[in-house]
Every structure is written in structure tokens, then in C-alpha cells.
Design a protein around this ligand. Structure first.
Ligand code: TEU
Ligand code: CA
Length: 543
């Protein structure tokens, strides 16, 4: 496998709105990010992926872009952006931009002009259809944020398509003018010295609307090959597609190097295991065996070609320690355990802001505390359909996107040191306990543990390129695997429960175990009587 710089890199995702506010307006901004570059460099991360910072009416917090070549004033200016790219580069950190091109904002000038008349040269940049004879929508296609995906446009007497909010009209990727515009814009950003793109809901751009196909449509891969050729193809950038519908087979289509599409994709199969019947508003308990089975399948399927992205959470998902660990008594230990399992897999690990200090879910009790358009829309859709208020509030607490969007907890200062003003969304009151200042000051904090994991990846080829072998596959509480490269063997063992477990690793008794990193265990004499305490995790070198 040809080696790439992003193979042994670690990416840190920033949700700019909630990261650090430099001017007291309650909204995180670019200068806030610049002020924390030493914190990020200290962690050892190589890449920052910024959720969108472009001009936007913020209907979906920036995933509704009204100008791709301007910065939203609440985030700063283009000069601030250039300074961020430059200062990050000096610390060997690259900036990956979020590329949202399935749709724009309805306030984008393309859409505004498209709305002027059916003859507008921009009309065909979007997806328009006539009403059915009875005046109803062209199809019963639903928006991912709830309700119909079609919105009636009275002045021109047609419906337009929006797979997300009605302020996010879908671009028409059957129009090659759209390709040209997007490619030009991407090249303009590449010229600015960015490190790559995270491609928002990219699996939707090949859609065939009249056949009712949205994800993984027939035009998807040719479109990506065309984009690759016209933009980042020969630039050695990191490109990661957000692909909810990817199977390992599909992931290989995107990421096999010879296909010239993307570096890697985010797949969500392990995430949706805790959604009953694929519905995130019906949370289900984690079954560790299926979780291991899914992750193992991805490790094995992409072993020779393609590349995995590794993540437990992002700005759309609940906090990892709340979802898969124990955010109460065992918060610190379980956060480190989860990090161990993720960072020793094959692929590029992603850390979502605050994960490195073990931030937890928001636990909002009132609907008024929520800000997210998806949560607010679905509260209405579900309660209208008969789900009770209490049940929906529990679902939001479990899986709502605002769990990830409460402000980064920097210190014990008011508002967790995030802002001197009033934050746009409430700070989690546990900031007095959970904050970066405290983690930086302690030797055995979650932050220090992440730092150790990031550096372990740089030192051990077996973590980056080693063969992956699952162990104890039938165990209900323990996740264990071996990474093997040349002479090096690393054994990763993690207890996902608050019970003690004695594990049988007899096939490795002949080896001498040395602990490289652990969240509790100092030394091991041998493996024959390995007793795991609650949430114990360790990386053991076998010689
Ligand atoms: O997310 C895609 C998406 O479908 C999510 O909204 C997710 O599926 C949902 O939370 C599950 O119910 C991307 C962005 O990551 C997200 O923040 C945007 O809202 C969305 O696209 C639209 O751009
Ligand atoms: Ca601000």
C-alpha cells in the first residue's frame, strides 16, 4: 500500500460556533480557534477539520451556505481565515474545510436568481418539478429533517427539492455548470493552502430524483472522479466523504487509490446499531458483540485497499463517553478506554472537540434549551404523530445533535471560559469538574492520555499498517484485538463494562507482555491470569 501523510495523522474536528469565542458575542469564532492552536498542537493532532465557517443565514448552523467564498461575519473575516491557515501551518497543522455541495442556502445568489423566473440561467442549478395535477408535491419524498422534501414556490409555480431544511435547496448535479462552479470554488480554497475537504452528505449528489433514489445514485462515482480530476486529484490533500449509506464494498469504490476519488469515508454502521429500526429517535442499548462485529468487518474488508476513518462521535452525534462509556462514576476511565480502542484500529482517527477531556451529553430538560433545527423539527413531527413529550425529551437527551454542540469547556471561569458574554447555547454545568485547564494540569488526565495515543500511532507502524486480528469475539463485555506488522505485535484489550473480567488469551502466553499504555494497569508479569477491572484498557507489546 502506498503510504500517505494522512495514514498516520490524527484529525481534530472543530465546531467553530462552540469552540472559543474571542469577542464576547457568545459565538465561537476563527480568532478563538487561533488562540487555541497551542492547545491543539500540544495534543499532537495533524489536521483540523472545521465545520462550515462560510457566509450563511445559519438555519442549520452553517451547513446552509449563502456564499462559499466569504466567511460568516460572526466567525470573522477572510483575513482571519488566512491567518488561521498560516499559523496552523507553522505548527504543522493543516486545515480541512467542510464542503457542503449537495445543497446551498436559499439565500445563495444562485438560488435567489433561480427564483426570479423559469428562464433564469440559474434555474437549472436546482431541482424544480411541477405539481401533480391535484396541486400536491411531485413525490412523497421526505426531508431528512422531517416533513416533505418539496417546497412550493408560488411566484414561479413549481416545487423545489430540499433533502434537508427548506432553506437548504438541493443543487442539481445533473447540470455540468454546477460542477464547474463547485470545482472553481474548490480550487480557490486549495490555492489558499488548505489541507483538504470533508465532503458533507456526498453520497446524495448522484441522486436520481424521479426514480426516488437519493443515496448512492447512479451518477455518484463518475461525479467524484470528475471532481477529483478537476480539483484535488494531484494535490496530496486529505478528502473524507460523509457517507451514511456506505457498505465496505461501497467504501472501497470511494477510497481505493486507483479509482481516484477520495482518501477515505465516514461510515456509520457502528453508530446506527444503537438506533432501533434505523430511527435515531428510538434509542437502543449498545450490544458490544454486534459493535465488535461491525468494526471488525470494516477492519478486515478494507485491509488491502481503501482506508477507514475512525470516530465515535461528531457534531451530529451524542458524546462518546455518554453513549458507549459511563459518564458518571467511571467517566475518566471509560473515556480513556474508548480512546484506546479507537486509536489502535487501522484507519485515520478523528477526535471531536471536547472528547479529549471527556465532555458528556448536555442533559437538557426543557425543549427551550435546544437550538438544533433537526431536534426542534422532529420534536414536532413525533409529538404530532402521537409520541409523548416525555418520550421525545428522552430521545433528544439520548441522541439529539445539541449534545455535541454545547460550548467547549476550557476552565472553571464563568461559561466554562468559552465566552465573556452569553453563549448561544447553554454550557454544561459540569464544566467545574470537566474542563481543559484541569486536564492540562494533571498527568493522568484524559487529555494526556489522548496525547499519548496520538504519539503512540507515530511510533508504531503496526498501529498504522499492521494486520488486524479480532480476539475474544464472543465476549459480551471485552473488546480485544491484535495488530501485527513485521516483528511487532500489539495486543489491545478493553473492558466495556463496570464488571471485573478474567480473560483467556492463552494463544499468547509464550510472549512477554510489556504495557505501552494503560488507563489503570501498571505492569504485567504474564498474560495467563489477566484480570480486567471496570473499563480497564491496555496496549500491550508482545515480545
Ligand atoms: O449530516 C447529514 C445528516 O444526514 C445528518 O443530519 C444526520 O443524518 C442526522 O443527524 C441523522 O438523523 C450533514 C452534517 O453533518 C449535518 O450537520 C448537516 O445538518 C447536514 O449534513 C446537512 O448539511
Ligand atoms: Ca465571537
Amino acid at each position: 500500500m502506498e503510504q500517505k501523510w494522512w495514514h498516520d495523522s490524527v484529525v481534530y474536528q472543530i465546531y467553530p460556533r462552540s469552540f472559543c469565542d474571542s469577542n464576547g458575542d457568545g459565538i465561537g469564532d476563527l480568532n478563538g480557534i487561533r488562540s487555541k492552536l497551542d492547545y491543539l498542537a500540544g495534543l499532537g493532532v495533524d489536521v483540523l477539520w472545521l465545520s462550515p465557517v462560510y457566509q450563511s443565514p445559519m438555519d442549520d448552523n452553517g451547513y446552509d451556505i449563502s456564499n462559499y467564498q466569504a466567511i460568516a461575519p460572526e466567525f470573522g473575516s477572510m483575513q482571519d481565515m488566512e491567518a488561521l491557515i498560516e499559523e496552523a501551518k507553522q505548527k504543522n497543522i493543516r486545515i480541512v474545510m467542510d464542503l457542503v455541495v449537495n445543497h446551498t442556502s436559499d439565500e445563495h445568489s444562485w438560488f435567489q436568481q433561480a427564483c426570479e423566473s423559469k428562464d433564469s440561467p440559474y434555474r437549472d442549478y436546482y431541482v424544480w418539478r411541477d405539481a401533480k395535477p391535484d396541486g400536491s408535491a411531485p413525490s412523497d419524498m421526505e426531508s431528512i429533517f422531517g416533513g416533505s422534501a418539496w417546497e412550493w414556490h408560488e411566484p414561479t409555480q413549481q416545487y423545489y427539492l430540499h433533502l434537508f431544511s427548506k432553506k437548504q435547496p438541493d443543487l442539481n448535479w445533473e447540470n455540468s455548470k454546477v460542477h464547474d462552479e463547485v470545482h472553481q470554488m474548490m480550487n480557490w480554497w486549495i490555492e489558499k493552502g488548505i489541507g483538504g475537504f470533508r465532503l458533507d452528505v456526498i453520497d446524495l449528489i448522484g441522486k436520481d430524483i424521479d426514480k426516488g433514489i437519493t443515496g448512492n445514485g447512479p451518477r455518484l462515482h463518475p461525479l467524484l472522479q470528475k471532481m477529483n480530476q478537476a480539483t484535488f486529484g494531484n494535490k496530496d490533500l486529505l478528502t473524507v466523504g460523509e457517507t451514511w449509506g456506505a457498505t465496505p464494498e461501497i467504501a472501497k469504490l470511494y477510497s481505493a487509490p486507483e479509482r481516484d476519488e477520495l482518501s477515505m469515508v465516514f461510515q456509520f454502521e457502528h453508530i446506527t446499531l444503537t438506533w432501533k429500526d434505523g430511527d435515531k429517535w428510538q434509542p437502543a442499548k449498545l450490544d458490544l458483540r454486534s459493535f465488535k462485529e461491525v468494526l471488525t468487518k470494516w477492519q478486515l474488508e478494507l485491509k488491502d485497499t481503501g482506508w477507514n476513518s475512525l470516530f465515535w462521535n461528531n457534531h451530529d452525534l451524542p458524546r462518546a463517553v455518554s453513549k458507549y462509556g459511563d459518564d458518571g462514576e467511571h467517566r475518566i476511565k471509560s473515556a480513556k478506554m474508548l480512546a484506546t480502542v479507537l486509536h489502535c484500529l487501522k484507519g485515520t482517527p478523528y477526535i471531536y472537540q471536547g472528547e479529549e477531556i471527556g465532555m458528556t451529553n448536555a442533559n437538557f430538560e426543557h425543549l427551550e434549551q435546544y437550538r438544533d433545527i433537526e431536534s426542534l423539527n422532529f420534536y414536532k413531527v413525533k409529538t404530532d404523530a402521537g409520541v409523548s413529550h416525555d418520550e421525545m425529551m428522552l430521545a433528544l437527551q439520548e441522541n439529539g445533535r445539541d449534545n455535541a454542540r454545547t460550548p467547549m469547556q476550557w476552565s472553571t471561569e464563568p461559561q466554562a471560559g468559552f465566552t465573556k458574554g452569553t453563549p448561544w447555547i447553554e454550557v454544561n454545568p459540569n464544566y467545574t469538574e470537566v474542563n481543559a485547564e484541569k486536564d492540562l494540569a494533571s498527568d493522568d488526565s484524559i487529555y494526556q492520555y489522548y496525547k499519548a495515543l496520538v504519539s503512540l500511532r507515530k511510533q508504531h507502524k503496526s498501529i498504522v499498517y499492521g494486520e488486524f486480528r479480532p480476539l475474544l469475539e464472543e465476549h459480551e463485555d471485552v473488546f480485544a484485538y491484535l495488530r501485527h506488522f513485521g516483528e511487532e505485535r500489539l495486543l489491545i484489550v478493553a473492558n466495556f463494562s463496570s464488571e471485573n473480567h478474567q480473560v483467556d488469551l492463552s494463544q499468547y502466553y509464550e510472549f512477554t507482555p510489556t504495557i505501552l499504555l494503560s488507563n489503570g494497569r501498571g505492569k504485567l508479569e504474564n498474560l495467563d491470569s489477566l484480570m480486567l477491572q471496570p473499563y480497564d484498557a491496555m496496549v500491550i507489546q508482545l515480545t
